[in-house]
Design a protein around this ligand. Structure first.
Ligand code: ZN
Length: 149
């Protein structure tokens, strides 16, 4: 399968799912709150109530394309989750045929609420239609928003 380069401009708003095509898959969210903030990686965890929560994994450096763990990381270096995201970044950086049934899928999500972006306009702006409106409003009122997760 073809993997598009993350181009790492969109890295602040992307969700990547790595699957071995059989019994395992991990979904990683790359989130960058603003231009000068680091990119945080977290791993999706399904809950009983079919909502998703994320466990913090570490920080991603777009310049070096490296993943660093920090004290707050809930995963150990060498864990499958950490190995998985490093593997995926490596594969995305140098597009190649993936072994076996492995797949890497990439989805863009809203920078504000994390919902999937579906329209070309949303993907270009990085915000869903609702958040695009709120973003304009909060910018006008200069209050920012504390509701951002
Ligand atoms: Zn949104």
């Amino acid at each position: 399968m073809e993997i598009t380069d993350l181009s790492f401009k969109e890295i602040g708003q992307v969700v990547i799912t790595v699957s071995n095509g059989l019994d395992k898959h991990y979904t990683y969210r790359f989130r960058k709150a603003s231009e000068n903030k680091p990119v945080f990686i977290s791993v999706k965890k399904m809950t009983l109530f079919d909502g998703a929560t994320y466990d913090y994994l570490g920080v991603y450096s777009p310049d070096t394309r490296r993943v660093h763990l920090t004290k707050a990381s809930v995963f150990a270096d060498g864990s499958e989750q950490v190995k998985g995201v490093r593997w995926a970044i490596d594969k995305i950086a140098k597009p190649t045929t993936l072994p076996g049934h492995y797949t890497i899928t990439k989805e863009l999500v809203c920078r504000r609420c994390g919902h999937l972006l579906t329209t070309p306009e949303s993907i270009a702006s990085g915000y869903g239609p609702e958040c695009e409106k709120k973003k304009t409003i909060s910018r006008n009122s200069e209050k920012g928003n504390s509701s951002e997760k």
